[in-house]
Design a binder for this molecule. Sequence first.
Ligand SMILES: NC(=O)c1ccc[n+]([C@@H]2O[C@H](COP(=O)([O-])OP(=O)(O)OC[C@H]3O[C@@H](n4cnc5c(N)ncnc54)[C@H](OP(=O)(O)O)[C@@H]3O)[C@@H](O)[C@H]2O)c1
Length: 339
Amino acid sequence: MSWELLLWLLALCALVALVVQLLRFLRADGDLTLLWAEWQGRRPEWELTDMVIWVTGASSGIGEELAYQLSKLGVSLVLSARRVQELERVKRKCLENGNLKEKDILILPLDLTDRSSHEAATKVVLQEFGKIDILVNNAGRSQRSLGVDTSLDVFKELIELNYLGTVSLTLCVLPHMIERKQGKIVTVNSLLGIISAPLSTGYCASKHALRGFFNCLRAELATYPGIVVSNICPGPVQSNIVKNSLVGDVQKTIGVDTDQSHKMATSRCVRLMLISMANDLKEVWITDQPFLLITYLWQYMPTWAWWLTNKLGKKRIENFKNGLDADISYFKAWKTKHD
Ligand SMILES: NC(=O)c1ccc[n+]([C@@H]2O[C@H](COP(=O)([O-])OP(=O)(O)OC[C@H]3O[C@@H](n4cnc5c(N)ncnc54)[C@H](OP(=O)(O)O)[C@@H]3O)[C@@H](O)[C@H]2O)c1
């Protein structure tokens, strides 16, 4: 075979490989490190069993589904949120899954914004189970309003809950992990902790703050290789987050169910979260296209990302004001309900 032919063959192979990778990327629903970890097959079932796992925001959405999937792995669960009845419902369903007994699940009511209660709550968990292997900081709330139309109280509420509440609980649990020289702090952040989008000024700020805090904390804990700090950054996922979003005023939420058909299934998001937890990944992005591509642009080509954000953002604001497309049909419904 001549050198020329060999070079052509190599170039063809490289082209085919590139096209295959591009096609895989178009179908991807997580960042490439995460999907690589999934493909390698180190499974949560092998890594997380027998651990004590404390989940905040376990009464709904991502936290609720996380409780169900964890209950199948045979862990000890602490379920926290404000609504005890909802936590009881989640606990019953976890027990129906068959792997856990009554004593394996502790319901611990917790208002994340009541920081004075966090120390005592941590003590209760330690008294009950003797250790905390994983803290999943999941509770949170979003916002749908233009910054200019939003009262300062909304910004305060989002920082109190999403940022300060999460930091406060983490600081209560951390000394215990440092003493044991092991543990995982897993925080459900958001793509909006990395990128920016209109109508979420306060939410974005709280999630950017969280990411900054946990990235610094990870660097400070470098002398404790057994303590893992993970940021989980989902894109749109089916849950009650939009329904509970604050709209301009701290007393007002969207309050109605919205079309969620275009969003990632909660079960898939949580499966990828578990893979991330089992593989000790520092940060993962869990999202379908085009949000995955947009996040890569924000990370590696910010000038392009700004151009795209401005273009899409204008349309998003326009739609928001007119209550037009699927993304914001909830707002139309909300307006109809309240007008
Ligand atoms: N779904 C998405 O598209 C998406 C995308 C990116 C990031 N996230 C993040 O995912 C996390 C979970 O949200 P979700 O989508 O599952 O929304 P969700 O269905 O509305 O669940 C939110 C959870 O947070 C709890 N919570 C709210 N305020 C609280 C407080 N003051 N104290 C304690 N718990 C409180 C709620 O329980 P109670 O009301 O019973 O207290 C509920 O269990 C949030 O951090 C959110 O920012 C979601």
